[in-house]
Write a protein that binds this ligand. Structure first.
Ligand code: UD1
Ligand code: MG
Length: 456
């Protein structure tokens, strides 16, 4: 039987107190709904239907890269009504898995089990909670067979004592949904069409309803407010850290690591506390990332070290490089093997040659630099004239003395030498020394000022 997945995502999420539709709030840098869509895809369904309502267009626009059948539920009349909207597009001989767009941490193994149990009739994912408040409770007969779900608001005092709850996730043959959903009414406290009501109807029709239990409470945690969003975020990050550690990555504190995208690591990588990884980050063998670093879309080759407090964005870092502490590498920075970028150095669109050093307090932007260059402290490439950006080319083996101002467009050829404190505006030829600073005068016998008014 083929599998079709329906993801419910039409609710507003009032308790988020946000203008953003709830399912677009991010966990690990990705919308909640995207997590659910990706989980759904892992199950190889023949179709994924997402039921949208509140902010529907915004939700669709946020996830253009997925092959989704979007279903609009104009009015949110309940979970049963929501699934009904998707039914016309669902093949009769499929099994349907219903997921929630705001429940992103469910494990694949759990969902596979649920689908496996739903080949002949509905199957429900339940959990037993110490505090079942707010959830629909599972009703069973004396033999333990599941007979239905009662919502908290409709439950008797006795039923509210039940601790087995409906996680909301269920699977059922499409034929069962098509048979029972149209018969579900809204005669209840909330005036809604309840999806779990199909279970009662199925049982009345002589069917057995299967159930599976979620491994942990976190697996079924739904996001209704920002406290739960944070719980989900921390659990998601904990899982990422655990997965990396199992792959051999050293992590100083799993609770102080944030991956908002994908992080791929080689062997013997070490990550110190409070590192944040965004977008796609790749760390080669033996790479070390210091405390409080932010790396966004960065590729770091084997043996390089990113020292503490560095912000690295859109950069490619070669082998055995050293960056920071306190470095800022902006997009378009490429470090060849063995390059060194030190503290309080900013780079942008800069190719730094092999074994070249920019160790202190410099700005290197729109620059092509050869190998074995030394850039002294306080060097600035003046790349911007107020209108256009210009390039600085620095040949191999060049030495730039401290506090030099390199006014682009500019070329300093191989082995050129710039004396400290120079403002360089024209080409420095191969092996030449450029000095452009006021000559030093020493004045003998001058009078040092004494303290004014000292005799008053
Ligand atoms: C539902 C279940 C309850 C279960 C709980 C688990 C029903 C009637 N109740 O309750 O048994 O314990 O989930 O969290 O199913 N949605 C739509 N369209 C609608 C209504 C809801 O798309 O018309 C979506 C929401 O966006 C949300 C999900 O369905 O993602 C669940 O809706 P929600 O209102 O949170 O259901 P609960 O009342 O929590
Ligand atoms: Mg809910």
């Amino acid at each position: 039987m083929t599998l079709e997945i329906v993801i419910l995502a039409a609710g507003q999420g009032t308790r988020m107190q946000s203008s953003l539709p709830k399912v677009l709030h991010a966990v690990g840098g990705k919308p909640l709904l995207e997590h659910v869509i990706q989980t759904a895809q892992e199950l190889n369904p023949s179709a994924v239907h997402v039921v949208i309502g509140y902010g529907g267009q915004q939700v669709q626009d946020a996830l253009p890269q997925y092959d989704i059948h979007w279903v609009v539920q104009a009015q949110q009349l309940g979970t049963g009504h929501a699934v009904m909207q998707a039914l016309p597009a669902i093949a009769d001989d499929s099994v349907v898995l219903v997921l929630y767009g705001d429940v992103p941490l469910t494990r694949l193994s759990t969902l596979r089990q649920l689908v496996a149990r739903a080949q002949e009739g509905p199957a429900l994912l339940t959990a037993t909670l110490r505090n079942p408040h707010g959830y629909g409770r599972i009703l069973r007969d004396q033999t333990g067979a599941l007979t239905g779900v009662v919502e908290e608001k409709d439950a008797s005092a006795e039923q509210r004592q039940l601790q087995e709850i409906n996680t909301g996730l269920l699977a059922a043959p499409a034929r069962d949904l098509k048979a029972y959903l149209p018969r579900v009414d809204n005669q209840n406290q909330q005036g809604e069409y309840y999806l779990p009501d199909i279970l009662r109807l199925a049982v009345a029709n002589g069917k057995t309803v299967a159930s599976c239990t979620a491994e942990s409470e976190l697996e079924i945690l739904g996001v209704n407010d920002r406290v739960q969003l944070n719980q989900v975020e921390r659990e998601y990050q904990r899982r990422q850290a655990e997965m990396l550690m199992r792959q051999g990555v050293g992590i100083a504190d799993a609770a102080r690591l944030d991956i908002r995208g994908s992080l791929t690591c080689g062997k013997d990588v070490f990550i110190d506390i409070n590192a944040v990884f965004e977008g796609e980050v790749i760390l080669g063998n033996g790479v070390s990332v210091g405390a409080n670093c932010v790396l966004s879309d960065v590729n770091v080759a084997d043996g390089s070290v990113i020292h503490a407090m560095s912000h690295v964005q859109g950069a490619v870092i070669g082998k055995d490089c050293s960056v920071g502490p306190y470095a800022r590498l902006r997009p378009g920075t490429v470090l060849a093997d063995g390059a060194r970028i030190g503290n309080f150095v900013e780079t942008k669109k800069a190719n730094i040659g092999a074994d070249s050093k920019v160790n202190h307090l410099s700005y290197i932007g729109d620059c092509d630099m050869g190998a074995d260059v030394n850039i002294g402290a306080g060097t600035i490439t003046c790349n911007y004239d107020g209108i256009n950006k210009h390039k600085t080319e620095i040949g191999k083996g060049v030495f730039v003395g401290s506090n030099s101002t390199l006014v682009a467009p500019l070329r300093i050829e191989e082995q050129g030498f710039v004396a400290a404190g120079s403002t360089v505006t024209s080409t420095v030829g191969k092996d030449e020394l450029a000095v452009s600073r006021a000559r030093q005068r020493n004045i003998k016998g001058w009078n040092r000022p004494d303290k004014r008014g000292s005799r008053d």
